[in-house]
Design a protein around this ligand. Structure first.
Ligand SMILES: [Zn+2]
Length: 433
């Protein structure tokens, strides 16, 4: 028998009494649903937030997409993976070499090399006025615990600047690194298997530290993938190295799952790579599409519409900040080059161009927020630790995605333009020839 045939045909008419009962029942149901979600929300808010970010070296998107990575897949199934680029604006003022330390520092500071001033692996003169995520975290939560597990010592001592005067004597609470300097226990073989052995120790120690101490903000760095691709290019050895990295990521992910099962903790993991590779897989450093090709994988639940766009290395810092509810000081927030993919977001891809006496702005609108403000400054004192004085250009309609104005009484060869939205700031620089 066809069940549908038994339903009365035509529209259903309810009496007022029946209608009241239905509305009452619906109200009770809605109320129950509401209290259920708000209880869940409360429970979530009571959990302590913990963040681990991971950098695996030199893996373009097409490689992570094609190699079997079961552990990464588990993480992605809870959140997602975003195609992204490293290298700032190609041919623009923020163009940034696709070199390892430059990539790490763009993750750490959320700005490109024209600001953080790390242009190569020798890390000559980082500009510590652009704070790392560790410093922003410690400024707000001095008692919070930080950790770095890394196959390269310079990540902590030079980029993060552990214990340096220039970072206000920032203290990383726990670290496991520098094994690459121990040539007795890790003799430097030509095949660079010692780097794999160090990645093993780094990932085991990270997993143990997470399971036992659960630092609030930590970073794990693994190197072997880059060594194999430099040596063998696109090759079975490189694919094998990516699988090894996935296995090592599985260790820390298991530790996170263990913590979440036992404790009231809400963990965010973000995994990325520092740069892509040339087409043959060997080198990197330039601005070809594949050298710029990276990705960002995460278990985050609160992904926003920017996650559907092409991301950038510098998006990671504001995303972690949103998850941890970091209050970034306004002058620092106005310098950040990324857009968060977690939490509230209103706009992305902000650009400014000057033609004759008119400055034209464009951006992508990502929310229904109505109004934003445009600010302009002709100084760059932030770079040397000072303050910039911004003038308000005017209020704009974010949904229009463009705006033009004439910078009156401002004759300058340099402009910093800032778009203020309800959820944050975007900035772009103009240099006059
Ligand atoms: Zn690298």
């Amino acid at each position: 028998m066809n069940f549908r045939a038994r339903l009365p045909s035509g529209s259903i008419v309810y009496s007022k009494q029946q209608m009241k009962k239905i509305l009452l029942a619906a109200g009770i149901l809605l109320g129950a649903l509401y209290s259920c979600t708000s209880e869940k929300q409360q429970e979530q808010e009571q959990k302590s937030k913990k963040v681990l970010f991971v950098i695996v070296d030199g893996i373009p998107y097409d490689v992570i997409d094609s190699v079997e990575t079961p552990n990464l897949d588990k993480i992605i199934s809870e959140g997602g993976i975003m195609k992204a680029t490293m290298g700032g604006e190609k041919d623009g003022y923020s163009q940034t070499p696709t070199i390892s330390a430059v990539g790490y520092n763009s993750v750490l500071t959320g700005v490109w090399a024209n600001k953080h001033n790390v242009w190569g692996n020798s890390i000559k003169d980082p500009n510590y006025h652009y704070s790392t995520v560790f410093r922003l975290f410690k400024n707000q939560f001095p008692a919070g615990k930080t950790a770095i597990y890394s196959t390269w010592l310079d990540n902590r001592t030079k980029l993060v600047g552990d214990g340096l005067l220039q970072t206000g004597n920032l203290k990383i609470d726990e670290h496991f690194d520098g094994l690459e300097l121990d040539t007795v226990n890790y003799p430097h073989d030509e095949e660079r298997m010692y780097i794999h052995l160090i990645d093993e120790e780094v990932s085991k120690t990270a997993a143990k530290s997470i399971a036992e101490n659960a630092p609030d903000l930590s970073w794990m760095y693994l190197e072997f993938t880059d060594d194999m691709s430099h040596r063998y290019g696109n090759s079975p050895q490189y694919v094998d190295a990516v699988k090894k990295a996935d296995f090592q990521i599985g260790r820390v992910w298991d530790a996170i799952k263990e913590r979440e099962a036992k404790f009231q903790e809400d963990w965010l993991i973000v995994i990325t790579t520092d740069h892509g590779r040339e087409d043959d897989g060997h080198g990197h450093g330039g601005q070809s599409d594949r050298e710029r090709s990276i990705w960002i994988a995460t278990n985050a639940k609160d992904l926003n519409s920017h996650f559907d766009e092409i991301g950038q290395t510098v998006d990671i810092l504001p995303s972690i900040a949103n998850f941890m509810e970091l209050d970034i000081p306004k002058d620092k927030a106005m310098e950040l080059d990324g857009t968060p993919f977690i939490g509230a977001v209103d706009a992305s891809n902000f650009k400014a161009v000057k033609n004759e006496n008119e400055i034209s702005l464009t951006w992508n609108s990502l929310s229904n927020s109505g109004k934003g403000n445009v600010w302009i400054s002709t100084t760059n004192n932030f770079k040397s630790g000072g303050k910039d004085s911004y003038e308000l250009v005017g209020e704009i309609d974010l949904k229009k995605e463009s705006y033009s104005f004439s910078p009156e009484n401002m004759n300058s060869e340099f402009y910093k333009v800032v778009l203020e939205t309800p959820s944050g700031y975007l900035n772009y620089w103009i240099f006059e020839e």
